[in-house]
Design a binder for this molecule. Structure first.
Ligand SMILES: NC(=O)C1=CN([C@@H]2O[C@H](COP(=O)(O)OP(=O)(O)OC[C@H]3O[C@@H](n4cnc5c(N)ncnc54)[C@H](OP(=O)(O)O)[C@@H]3O)[C@@H](O)[C@H]2O)C=CC1
Ligand SMILES: Nc1nc(=O)c2c([nH]1)NC[C@@H]1CN(c3ccc(C(=O)N[C@@H](CCC(=O)O)C(=O)O)cc3)C=[N+]21
Length: 282
């Protein structure tokens, strides 16, 4: 039997607790505030950003929603970031990725103050994370660690395999698992014998961006399978990187898409914003 991990339910519970923390902050005259910048018209990004601003509203976080045209220059975004870096009433700044091709994502990421970097993407925050002294946790991997906590999955000493090595998911996921004392293998498009390696995993995290790529052949009986993928299939349906129907029944635990990792990402983004706002009290 496979336990389906419910990201909607868990994220709701977390957000209710965050609402109380937001109320306490307001009693101390701090309004937690998050700037969300979206450049261009990408429909998927629009959905994610809408989900973020909606979650902020529910919790009582002031979301400053900035929509810029596709033609916006890098200098204009850098100016905007500088302005909010200096604004003491703003606790978090997020620039939705991917950005249009004429904009250098690394320069944008590095311009955001590490103290307001709610995504945890700044090299300073990545460095602290890899040294096991995190100041900000990347939302998607953090949300996945919260699943383990909720379902009493102890990762200590477990064989964890991460498929994908992107800066926003795979690498920080590997760091968090390592910090939690798992034995971590990171795989990618050049990996040989991926199937054999994946089949050794007690915990398998899949973040590759290929619809329903991982089927039951990649999965050890009883393994914990986390599906980060968000893809549209030929019929326009939202599917993960894991073939849910194939893996369901073989895995011990499995996250669905939607209502799995996605809502947890958003909950952790809200949590990081509240934490930065709380830090401003000290
Ligand atoms: N639920 C959520 O909150 C989030 C979901 N996502 C989703 O997760 C997925 C991954 O996102 P992201 O990490 O940004 O993607 P990227 O495209 O940045 O990275 C994909 C990674 O997968 C590897 N890869 C690609 N094809 C294969 C293959 N056939 N075998 C093994 N490895 C492969 C790549 O290897 P190489 O490095 O060699 O190119 C790369 O490291 C996407 O579907 C995205 O939409 C992303 C962020 C948050
Ligand atoms: N600076 C930055 N920070 C990010 O955190 C970031 C980013 N850029 N770029 C893209 C990825 C992707 N991401 C998702 C967030 C929510 C859902 C989400 O809400 N998913 C819903 C369904 C969404 C739908 O219906 O399409 C679910 O899984 O249930 C998905 C994916 C954040 N990302």
């Amino acid at each position: 039997m496979t336990v389906i991990m419910n990201g909607n339910e868990l994220s709701k519970k977390i957000k209710e607790n965050l609402r109380l923390r937001a109320t306490k902050l307001k009693e101390q005259n701090i309004e937690p505030s998050l700037v969300v910048v979206l450049v261009g018209e990408d429909p998927a990004s629009q959905v994610y950003v809408r989900n973020k601003t909606r979650a902020a509203e529910q919790i009582g976080i002031n979301a400053i929603d900035i929509r810029l045209p596709e033609t916006t220059t890098e200098a204009e975004i850098l100016d905007l970031i500088a302005k909010y870096n200096a604004d003491e009433t703003v606790h978090g700044i997020l620039v939705q990725l991917p950005l249009p091709k004429h904009i250098n994502e690394d320069r944008i990421t590095q311009a955001i103050s590490p103290l307001k970097d709610v995504d945890g993407f700044h090299p300073v925050n990545m460095g602290h994370l890899f040294m096991n002294e995190p100041l900000a946790l990347p939302c998607t991997p953090h949300g996945i660690m919260e699943f383990f906590k909720e379902y009493n999955i102890d990762v200590t000493g477990k064989n964890a395999v991460v498929i994908g090595r992107s800066n926003i998911v795979g690498r920080p996921m590997a760091a968090l698992l390592l910090n939690a004392n798992a034995t971590v293998t990171v795989t990618h498009s050049r990996t040989q014998n991926l199937k054999e390696i994946a089949r050794e995993a007690d915990i398998l995290v899949v973040a590759i961006g290929r619809g329903e790529f991982v089927d039951a052949d990649y999965v050890k009986e009883g393994a914990v399978v986390i599906d980060v993928g968000m893809n549209r299939n030929a019929a326009g349906k939202l599917v993960g990187d894991v073939d849910f129907a194939s893996v369901n029944g073989k895995a011990g635990y499995l996250t669905p898409v939607p209502r799995g990792v996605g809502p947890m990402t958003i909950a952790m983004l809200m949590q990081q914003t509240i934490e930065f706002a709380e830090r401003s009290l000290n």
